[in-house]
Design a protein around this ligand. Sequence first.
Ligand SMILES: Nc1nc2c(c(=O)[nH]1)N[C@H]1C(S)=C(S)[C@@H](COP(=O)(O)OP(=O)(O)OC[C@H]3O[C@@H](n4cnc5c(N)ncnc54)[C@H](O)[C@@H]3O)O[C@H]1N2
Ligand code: MOO
Length: 420
Amino acid sequence: MSECICDIERPRQASEKVKQLMSVEDAKSALADMARILVGRQQVLLAHCQGRILARDLYAAQTVPPHDNSAMDGYGLSLEDLPENRVLSVAQRVPAGVFPAAHEKRTAVRIFTGAPIPAGVDTVIPQEQVNLLADGRIELQVVPKLGQNIRRAGEDIQAGTLLLAAGTRLEAAEIGLLASQGIPKVETFVPLRVAVVTTGDELAKPGQPLGPGQIYDINSFALRGALERLGCQVTQIGLVADTLSATREALAQAAESHDLVITTGGVSVGDEDHVRAAVEVLGSLHLWGIAIKPGKPFAFGRIGQTPFLGLPGNPAAALVTFEVLAADFVRQLMGGRNRQVQPLHVPAGFSRARTNPRQEYLRVVLRNGEGSLKADLAGSQSSGVLSVASRADGYLIIPPHQPITEGLDYGFVHRDQFYY
Ligand SMILES: Nc1nc2c(c(=O)[nH]1)N[C@H]1C(S)=C(S)[C@@H](COP(=O)(O)OP(=O)(O)OC[C@H]3O[C@@H](n4cnc5c(N)ncnc54)[C@H](O)[C@@H]3O)O[C@H]1N2
Ligand code: MOO
């Protein structure tokens, strides 16, 4: 569980090795080049479409709001008819959900939030700015501004315009937009079936006692959470023994019944690491070894025709590589967009002279410092330490060979950016 510090202790040897590693940007483009939609389409009820990806462009059939309506509970009037003394009689009452009669000149209309504006009314005054007189008339405390508190027809959505584009992930606001159109169902992509295959003789399942030298399987659960957040349907397969035959068998089976196979562990250079060898026998390995810290042994290929992603075993490395490299790829396989997550401008809150030949994704917390946000280290950056990743707000992205100077902006990505 120690941090991968080999390139710090032996810089010359490490940088020779790093030359063979692919840059994070090249790895992202290689994955994007391979990405194809692998799933079918299906109609889903609005009540069940949270997290689904829209399968076709949707144009608005309805104008929203369909009519001018009041933004306040109050009184509607025609401003040019307002007498000097600002006193008006109230001619009609218009609650939401009725069609009002035309407005009578030199009167007011009692009106409520959301109610249609009667023809001839051009201004609404909130009831708090009105005195109710004993004879039932109203007296305006102030002269309102022309047009105030009227929400115009179509100010939200114009019929015929693009409501949502294919590839959009449906969440609260998007589902609300669909509902505004009165649509009961929507065409979405079928969730991607993902097998998460966990290798490692040292791993135990939750609910079982730990044997000597064992630890609990973290990654298949953490990755299940991440994949489900992206809208995938996940099967956990494992725990697979650290042998070539067991690994081959598990991968072959997983690839047959899933759209994507993701492994964790067993992808590095040790005698007990069989994932790469198994993939080479069953299909092809397209890339292995990325200049990313943590997560150097990330691998990508195919098992038969099924895409395969190999994530490192160290839990923080598995999570970082999933988010930075895999999430966009996974989203594209199920019809979503390549979001190409853009870093935000948040200066570092600390300095560090030490550099690294790999691009680092430092787990950081945001702090409000001197009027602007700063990013501080969340704790140990060991790729085995997950508690720090859990506490972190996101990653500070340090390019290869760069020292860190407090106050400089290297780029910060919030963890949520990978999932929307
Ligand atoms: N000689 C070298 N050794 C290592 C290198 C290297 O370049 N040369 N790279 C190191 C780096 S960096 C990483 S990252 C790890 C990745 O190794 P693997 O992907 O093969 O993963 P394992 O060796 O199987 O496990 C590493 C670590 O993670 C724990 N682990 C594995 N699976 C899980 C799980 N599902 N839940 C919780 N923890 C898990 C495992 O017990 C190990 O501690 O390799 C370095 N070694
Ligand atoms: O321990 Mo490693 O740093 O995840 O590539």
